[in-house]
Design a protein around this ligand. Structure first.
Ligand code: ZN
Ligand code: ZN
Length: 486
């Protein structure tokens, strides 16, 4: 028998590091090949697998969907990959039975890979990979196989350092602007990846090291005109294609792809597990961004930020992209209300049955680009707050801590069309036209400020007090925590 090799593209290897490598043992996924089995160039992380009790049980329904999608594009499944606790480097008897079943079900007639991963450090996604291969004859034992050169190079620590050096100069130009070691440590969780895609990709260019991408949608042809997507991506998971772009910008980034919507099927514990230990250990190192059209998911993302005590940013484009709003908060710094205080009329509208019919119809791409730019600047304010005195973003937030609701006028007719007179108030009409950014003073909603008391924060705007008080953000974003808070 000739020596077998497992060749994995660097992109897939990086994706494995960013998914399996970022979780405790017993997570997994499937491996695909678009070149007839020579190279593993496709990978799907089995995000929804059950990983209880120290074994990895794949989510077969989802996996089958992925395989069907691959088949349509002539990508064949060539193996399964999963992690074991450190020191367990061989497929187990259970794994053997599983592969046997899968090879039979898929009618696999050649080799089938089952690499075992040992996660070395979930914080940076370093892994050790032990490749095994099963052959057509399902009775034979799995054979340890050699790894292809491209792949061993990646594993070799000395070369890895060399590679890091090659990558590092790319950030030289912003080294004096941001403390890059700080941004490398930070995690940006983005809920929704439609128009907001460039915002996330540009944060990768700015040196942010960790991303969690939550988006259940796939790239559609209609997105080409209003989102930064490409024909080559049609039909693919938006989360997955953005992950690839981030790794193409910064191969050292860690990206967790969650091709799901943030709906009630995802529990808070599950969310916390996806983001990782940093969420509870160091919540201000995590920025949660609500960038979806779904009000429920948006409100949920805000509640998650309140529950875990992370900084938060939410953006919403108005009809026709004529104007946009951005809300942001940082526990203990922005004391002028919670997300519900700031967006109460929207919460109330949805609670009384309002359905959003605003789509990206008639929205110029430039309006989306424009909002993303300001979102990015605000994200840096939140990520770099009080991290480095020499950094220009260090205390920017202090100056707008009570004006944490931003509106941008992107069409001269926005005031009239949307009934917003605030732009005229803010800009001298003699000089203003459009493209103003206004930072609107905020107050907590309570009797003293003339509003019904906010059911989420109890009218205090005290975000640190909210931390941990919310027990289940699937329901509590509606305001059922009122009694507990006051
Ligand atoms: Zn196993
Ligand atoms: Zn409030």
């Amino acid at each position: 028998m000739s020596a077998m090799e497992l060749t994995i593209t660097k992109q897939v290897y990086d994706q494995i590091c960013g998914t399996i490598g970022r979780h405790p043992a017993e997570t997994g996924g499937i491996l695909g090949s678009g070149d007839g089995g020579k190279t593993v160039d496709h990978y799907y992380f089995d995000y929804s697998a059950h990983t209880t009790g120290g074994t990895y049980s794949p989510d077969t329904a989802v996996i089958n969907q992925v395989i069907t999608g691959w088949n349509a594009k002539d990508i064949e499944i060539v193996g399964v990959i999963h992690s074991h606790p450190k020191g367990h480097t061989k497929p187990s008897e259970g794994d053997f039975q599983y592969v046997k079943a899968i090879m039979k079900a898929l009618d696999v007639r050649g080799k089938f890979f089952m690499p075992i991963v040992n996660v070395k450090n979930p914080a940076d996604g370093t892994i050790e990979l032990f490749p095994y291969m099963f052959e057509e004859c399902v009775h034979c034992r799995p054979q340890p196989i050699a790894v292809a050169r491209e792949y061993t190079r990646r594993l070799n620590d000395k070369n890895r350092k060399h590679q890091d050096k090659l990558i590092k100069p790319r950030f030289d130009r912003i080294e004096s602007l941001y403390p890059l070691d700080v941004l490398r440590r930070k995690t940006v969780v983005c809920v929704g990846l439609g128009g907001t895609r460039a915002f996330v990709e540009e944060l990768a260019r700015s040196g942010v090291g960790n991303f969690v991408l939550i988006e259940g949608d796939t790239v559609a042809a209609t997105n080409l005109a209003t989102q930064q997507v490409f024909v080559s991506e049609l039909g693919r998971s938006k989360a997955e294609v953005v992950c690839e772009r981030i790794l193409d910008i910064n191969p050292a980034a860690n990206v967790t792809v969650v091709p799901r919507f943030l709906d009630d099927s995802m529990t808070d514990d599950e969310f916390a597990g996806i983001v990782g230990k940093v969420l509870c250990k160091s919540p201000t190192d995590v920025l949660i961004c609500g960038c979806t059209d779904s009000f429920h998911a948006q409100a949920r993302s805000a509640a998650l930020a309140m529950r875990y005590g992370t900084p938060y940013l939410a953006a919403q484009l108005y009809r026709g992209g004529m104007a946009a709003e951005i809300y942001f908060s940082y526990p203990g710094v922005t004391n002028s209300g919670c997300p519900r205080c700031a967006m109460n009329s929207r919460y109330e509208a949805y609670e009384s049955g309002y359905k959003n019919d605003v789509t990206s119809d008639g929205t110029p791409i430039f309006a989306i680009t424009r909002v993303n730019a300001t979102k990015g600047q605000i994200a840096l304010m939140l990520l770099l707050y009080r991290e480095d005195k020499s950094c220009v973003y260090n205390d920017m937030l202090d100056k707008v801590a009570d004006r944490n609701f931003v509106m941008i006028r992107m069409n001269p007719l926005a005031g009239e069309a949307l009934g917003l007179n605030i732009f005229e108030d803010a800009a001298n009409p003699e000089f203003g036209f459009f493209d103003e950014t206004i930072w609107i003073p905020q107050t907590p909603n309570n009797e003293a400020t003339g509003y019904p008391t906010c059911p989420l924060c109890g009218g205090t705007g005290d975000l640190p007090a909210l931390k941990g008080k919310i027990k289940d953000t699937r329901t509590d974003w509606r305001g059922e925590v009122r009694d507990e808070i006051s």
